[in-house]
Structure formats: C-alpha cells, structure tokens
Design a binder for this molecule. Structure first.
Ligand code: N01
Length: 543
C-alpha cells in the first residue's frame, strides 16, 4: 500500500463521502445537519453524478420528474418546477446544482478529485483516504456514494487506437457541443442510452450505422410538457404522494394502474387491449399489466409478442424488423423507454448491422469491420454501458482488516449485508450497493432511504460511544443467499444483463440487486430497531 497513512498533511473529518451525485449531496446535507464534519470528493468538475457525465443527445430520465426528485425538503419539492413529464439531462443537472446551492453544499466538496485509495486502520478505527490530487484525509467513516452506473465500459476492440476520427462514450460525453452534421456516425450498442441517442443523432448525421448485438424491447415514453393540473394535485399532498410511492415494489409508480391478475387468465383480445392501453399511456406501466410477467415465461411472452408486433408494424423493411425483434424475456434486462426509436430505422440515412451473428472484428482508421466488411464512419459513439454496481467501488484500492483488498474479498462477486456494509470493512458504507434494491427502483427513493439509515446509524454510534460497526460474516452470508433466492423466483437471471455482470468479460456472474423495495425497507428498519442486528458494534476506547 502506498503512503496513505504516513502522509504529512492529513486532515481529520468524521466522515469522507466519495461522490457528489444525488447520493453524495444528500449524504453531506444529512451528516452536516447531524453535526458531523464531512469531506466529499468528486471526480467531476461539478455536482450531479450520472447527470453530470451522461450528456449524450437525448439523455433523459425514465422515471417521471415529479417522482425522480428529492422528498426530504417540503419547501424544495414545492418550489422546484419541472417542465416535462420526464426531465431531460440538462434540467436534472440544473436541479442538482440548485440543491447544492440551496443547501450550501459546495464548500465541503473537493471537485476534480478522484479517490484512489482508502485503508482502514484497525488500531484507531480510522479510514485513511488518498486522492489523485495528493489530498489525504482521515475519518472514522468512509461512505461510497459512487453510483451504480458510473464506471464506463469501453470494450477492448481490436484496432480502436488506430481510428482516425472522434470517439465518444455516452457515459463520458464532452461538455462542449458535439455536432454530427454531415458526418457518418457509427454507434455501438442498443441499450437505454443508445435508444435515447439514436433518434436524435440520426436527425443530425449524414448517415448513422447502428451496431446491434442484442435487440432490446422498448416502450414509448410519450414524453410531454408537464401537466400543470397534475402538478397541482401532487403538490397539494406531496408527502402523502411520496409515502404511497415508498410502498410500491420499485418505490415509484403509484399513479400507474397495477393489475394483480395473471396474464394467461385473460383471453388474447382482452390481453392485447390491456397492453395497448399501457402502450398508449407510455412508460414502465406496461410491465404492470399483469402480476406474473416477471415470474412466468409464458405470461412474459404474451407481452414480448405484443412489443414484437409493434416493431413489425412500425418498420417498413421486414428484414430490419426481424433483426430488431428481441427473442429473450421482456423486462429481465432493464426495460428501455424511447421517443421514436424503432421509427428511426425507416429513415434512409440509418442502417442496422447485426453484430450478434458476427461480432465486431476490429476497428480500422476509417471504420468498423464486421464479417470482413468495413463500415466507413467518421466518428464512433460507444453506448456500451457500465461496469455496473461494483465497478466504481472496485476502481478504488479499498483495504479493510488485515489490509485485505475489497477486490480480493469480492473476487467471486460482491458480498454485502443489506447492500450497506461488507464484512471485514468496518465503518465503510455503500449507498445503493449490491444487495440492495437500488437499480430496480427509483434511485432517488433508494438513495434517500440509504442516506437516512446511514445518518441515523452514525448518530446512534456517537450517542452510544461506539467506535465501529461491521457486518458479521454470518449475517452477510444469509443476506447474499436471500438476494439470490429472491432473484431465483423470477425470470431476471435468464438474460445477459448487467444486473448479472454479464456485459463485462470475466466479471463474476451474480445477480446483484435485491428485488422488492418495501420488504427491504422494513428489514433495514428492523435491523436498526434491534440494535443493528447482524452488525458487530465496537466500543470506543475509554479515555
Ligand atoms: O448500457 P447497456 P446503457 N460489442 O449496458 C452493447 C441506465 N440508463 O448505457 O446487450 C457490441 O444497457 C450491449 O450489447 P448486449 C439504465 O439502468 C438509464 O445503454 O450486452 N455491443 C448493449 O446493447 C440502463 O440499463 C437511462 O449484447 C456491445 C449496449 O452495448 C443502464 O443505465 C438512460 C459490446 C450497452 O447497453 C445502462 O444503459 C440511459 C460489444 N463488445 C441509461 N459491449 C434513463 O433513465 C456492449 N455492447 C433514461
């Protein structure tokens, strides 16, 4: 380990928070209010996390804006005005900046500073944290607010370095305007990011070539300007609206009609009518059409076939339609929402290249080679996703008891208790870590729940003169088993999704998020109420 501990200028804090996205910002606010001294490190030049980095054309949230926002401050939620049903990236970033200013958060954040190492000193129960700017700090608690989708995945394509044009990754989009006018653009990937970007890039570029490995289901978002009457209704009872959402399986969607009936109980015309109504409404409500779409493959295929029919009737070219039709389980990969995605393939300046039957062979100075044929492009957009849920945490050299690296402890996949802590790493907290519902929920909802829990926990430790908290191996083993057992009752583990780590070559394949938000919240509350059961608490040394 490098010189994290014996650096000269080590400043002391109560807590270090890594990341100034929505999790880090709220963590700082809560801890500061509770009287803790906090230092936040942020690799970007500004706040916003995901919404700071993902500036690609068309970037927009899939959760409706009245729900994808903080609930902790009634004044904030009353005063902030969203303009669209689903907020676009610039608006969400403005919101993050507004929150940072409103609660005077910037003074405790070091920007353009990446945490490189964090090491726990067992003798003193202190974390020593080092950054790439040379700043070194020590703190009792280290809180990872590093985001679930923040470590960009750029596959190691042969010849990439030889490409003579510009390359972009959707998750690391430049701040300056990118103009594709008159350019031949290639885009690799057809996940949520690509599905949002493709229709917009296609309108600008001379030609857009999409390199698709796995076709994806996508449901129309039907974004509109925000409905003023709806805003009035929600704001008239915002706390109650939030409380109802909190009880939903994914922490949002209380206005979406849920149907507690199985799909095969309906006859085909009634089923299609149900799907169609939800298709017309737009958004994730499509998958709430029946209660067994994610547990029964035959039920699932009725919804899948409905979407395939929409693709077939949208596309003018039946061969392109077939290439775009997914054949896997709908919803076991993160569903996508779009605005004119499938229609885009009817444009004369858009072509689709299948890279499932023949993968991308190599990249040359002037194009992308598939099946021996070079597709000439002037620039390439990689919409190839993220090393999700563990990538950002494991990019930091984190050492716990006995200086054992987290990378080693998680060598066969992440192991946590509640997604909040991990055995062998006392006083290290993860916000929306693997083993928590996180990416299967409205992230803002999960973030607030985790931040509140961690903040209450730190207050409890201070009140009871406790120096350390650490997940026990037994509680952790039981929790990991529970997360897997819940996943195994569903169709989620059946696809090559990033939930399973399948998008990253060599990554251990473990279903990482926990399905079901309300029972999880109950469990976290019960753990705290029972004196943090499943964690070992260590008394502070007597002075
Ligand atoms: O990334 P992805 P994303 N050769 O991993 C392909 C959230 N999000 O950035 O499916 C060829 O979904 C890969 O192919 P395959 C949301 O949670 C939210 O789009 O692995 N192709 C896939 O098509 C989302 O799920 C919002 O076979 C390769 C694509 O690249 C998550 O972020 C918006 C390849 C990656 O898709 C990630 O979405 C955007 C290779 N070697 C994102 N490697 C909203 O809320 C990868 N691919 C709106």
């Amino acid at each position: 380990m490098s010189n994290v501990r014996n650096a000269d200028a080590v400043r002391r804090f109560d807590a270090v928070v890594v990341g100034a996205g929505f999790a880090g910002l709220y963590m700082l606010h809560r801890l500061r209010e509770a009287g803790f001294r906090v230092r936040v490190f942020e690799a970007g030049a500004g706040v916003g996390g995901t919404w700071y980095w993902n500036r690609y054309p068309g970037a927009r949230c899939d959760v409706e804006s009245m729900e994808y926002s903080y609930s902790f401050c009634e004044e904030l939620q009353q005063q902030w005005e969203w303009t669209e049903r689903y907020a676009g990236q610039p608006e969400i970033l403005r919101y993050a900046n507004h929150v940072a200013d409103r609660f005077d958060l910037r003074r405790d954040i070091a920007f353009d500073t990446r945490v490189t190492e964090a090491a726990f000193d067992e003798a003193t129960n202190v974390w020593h944290v080092a950054t790439d700017t040379g700043e070194r700090v020590a703190a009792a608690f280290c809180i990872m607010a590093t985001g679930c989708l923040s470590s960009a995945n750029l596959p190691n394509f042969d010849g990439l370095d030889s490409f003579s044009g510009e390359t972009y990754h959707t998750g690391r989009w430049p701040h300056a305007n990118v103009d594709f006018s008159g350019k031949r653009v290639g885009i690799v990937g057809t996940g949520s990011s690509a599905i949002q970007a493709i229709p917009i890039i296609a309108r600008q570029a001379a030609h857009l070539t999409v390199f698709q490995r796995t076709p994806n289901y996508s449901i129309p978002a039907r974004n509109t300007s925000i409905d003023a009457e709806l805003v009035r209704e929600i704001k008239a009872e915002y706390p109650a609206f939030r409380a109802r959402n909190y009880k939903m399986p994914a922490g949002f969607g209380t206005r979406i009609p849920q149907n507690d009936a199985p799909a095969l109980a309906d006859d085909p015309p009634s089923r299609d009518a149900n799907y169609d109504e939800r298709w017309q409404r737009g958004g994730f409500g499509f998958l709430s059409a029946y209660n067994d779409l994610l547990t029964n493959r035959d039920a699932n295929q009725t919804a899948a076939e409905f979407v395939r029919q929409r693709i077939r009737e949208t596309l003018k070219d039946p061969d392109v339609a077939e290439l775009l039709c997914p054949d896997n389980v709908i919803g076991c990969k993160r569903p996508c929402l779009d605005t004119g995605y499938f229609e885009t393939y009817n444009r004369p300046n858009v072509s689709l290249v299948d890279v499932r039957s023949q993968p991308i062979e190599r990249i040359t100075s002037s194009g992308i080679v598939v099946g021996g044929k070079e597709h000439a492009v002037d620039c390439i957009v990689f919409a190839t996703g993220f090393d999700a849920m563990t990538g950002a945490v494991l990019n930091i050299d984190i050492r716990g008891r006995g200086a054992v690296p987290l990378k080693e402890k998680w060598g066969a996949g992440p192991r946590t208790y509640l997604g909040l802590g991990t055995a062998g790493f006392p006083n290290l907290f993860l916000i929306s870590g693997p083993g928590s519902p996180s990416v299967l929920t409205n992230m803002l909802c999960s973030i607030e729940q985790h931040v509140n829990w961690i903040s209450d926990c730190l207050t409890h430790l201070r009140q009871h003169r406790l120096a350390a908290i650490e997940a026990t191996p037994a509680a952790q083993d039981a929790w990991v088993e529970h997360v897997n057992a819940v996943a195994d009752t569903t169709l989620y583990p059946t696809c090559n999704s990033w939930y399973l780590g399948k998008n990253i070559p060599g990554k251990p394949q473990v279903f990482m998020p926990l399905i079901g938000f309300p029972p999880y919240v109950e469990k976290c509350d019960a753990v705290a109420a029972n004196g943090y059961e499943g964690f070992e608490l260590t008394k502070a040394a007597q002075r």
